[in-house]
Design a protein around this ligand. Structure first.
Ligand SMILES: [Ca+2]
Ligand SMILES: [Ca+2]
Length: 379
């Protein structure tokens, strides 16, 4: 077997580094030796142009990459803002070389993702020729390498940075993208249908196949949940059990429309919340589905309060306000793309806080029967 060829600056011997530095442009060797500090000036701009110029020589390539990383890691303010286009150029020029290194250096990878993500955010509102978009970065990188396993985790880091930054700046309202009319059957009615299917009754099968409630909660067919994983569902409070009926957080995510979460504080529960925790490698979420109120039957639905607005927090930051309709129909909210989908990423959370309610006729208990998800990265 051939010994591994040193590719990166820190793999080189000190003697070899000295030789390379002697031959390098003085601008680079001066910066390397600490004879000037990078800032948002012309000299730094010239240095950055040089560092991100196309470089076929492997020795120089290692030096340029190393020096650029040092600038990136130590920059802030105006210089940091200036680096975005250079970070993009760096990655797009030789994605395999750069991304292989970043994969092993997560802090540096995060810096690149922030720098490129910031540049994309700053370009919003500019035309395609003037600005940089997620799409143009993606196309540019993929035109240089077909290694999607290397490229896609990095692109997701950028997208995740953009989602969090946008959420921080503004909290948009999201109305239901669509709703589905549900014909509510009790579990006993479903059981009766299953029995008929088991005994070969085609018409019972037809009924189930056209029943949205069955398809959503009770069918064993494939869904996002074939890969989607939720570690826990918690709530800030819940109503104490009445008889053998509980109202705890998990009931909002038990695929049982008759069991519900009800907040447990005096009054209508403004400020109370549900919180879902996901592992880093959970497939990403694009849709939140909600059965609002105590949907089991029309009477209990009217008697108890329903949610009018849910404030959604992603990674602990306000992300969106879901404007719910006052209906027993299933409501689908298109929430963008959520989650890092990366085994190395830490667990993450979504919180849904009650901001406003539709009051019930009898009780000051605000209820959610189901809050669950759909998404991508599965199948
Ligand atoms: Ca439930
Ligand atoms: Ca209450």
């Amino acid at each position: 077997m051939q010994p591994k060829t040193p590719m990166y600056w820190e793999d080189f011997t000190a003697a070899r580094r000295d030789r390379i530095l002697e031959q390098a442009d003085p601008l680079i060797s001066d910066y390397y030796a600490g004879r000037f500090i990078a800032s948002d000036d012309e000299r730094t701009e010239n240095l950055l142009d040089l560092l991100t110029s196309q470089q076929k020589d492997k020795d120089f390539r290692a030096l340029y990459f190393s020096v650029f990383n040092r600038i990136l890691m130590s920059s802030d303010g105006a210089l940091a803002e200036m680096l975005g286009p250079y970070a993009i150029k760096m990655v797009c020029e030789e994605p395999e070389y750069i991304l292989t290194y970043l994969r092993e250096n997560k802090t540096l990878e995060e810096e690149y993702a922030h720098s490129i993500g910031t540049e994309i955010l700053l370009s919003q509102g500019l035309s395609a020729d003037e600005g940089t978009s997620m799409k143009s970065v993606k196309e540019s990188v993929l035109s240089k390498t077909g290694d999607k396993g290397l490229v896609e985790p990095f692109l997701r880091r950028i997208e995740s940075f953009i989602s969090i930054s946008l959420a921080w700046e503004q909290v948009p309202h999201i109305k239901p993208d669509s709703t589905a009319t549900l014909t509510y059957k009790s579990k006993a009615q479903f059981e009766a249908l299953y029995d008929r299917v088991d005994s070969g009754d085609e018409s019972a099968l037809q009924v189930l196949e056209h029943d949205v409630l069955y398809q959503e909660l009770y069918s064993p067919a494939c869904s996002w949940y074939c890969g989607g994983e939720i570690l826990s569902v918690k709530a800030s409070s819940h109503l104490a059990p009445i008889g053998n009926m509980t109202y705890e957080a998990g009931n909002a995510h038990d695929f049982d429309h008759e069991r519900v979460w009800a907040e447990g504080v005096d009054g209508l529960g403004i400020g109370e919340y549900l919180e879902y925790e996901f592992p880093g490698n959970c497939p990403r979420i694009t849709t939140v589905k909600i059965m609002n109120g105590y949907v089991k039957n029309e009477t209990v639905w009217k008697d108890n309060a329903r949610v009018k607005q849910l404030k959604m927090y992603y990674q602990g930051k306000p992300y969106a306000i879901l404007d719910l309709e006052d209906t027993r129909n299933l409501q689908y909210f298109n929430v963008g793309v959520l989650g890092p989908y990366d085994a190395d990423a830490p667990n993450w959370k979504l919180r849904f806080e009650i901001l406003e309610v539709y009051e019930g006729e009898k009780y000051e208990d605000t209820v959610i029967s189901e809050l669950y998800f759909d998404g991508i990265d599965v199948h």
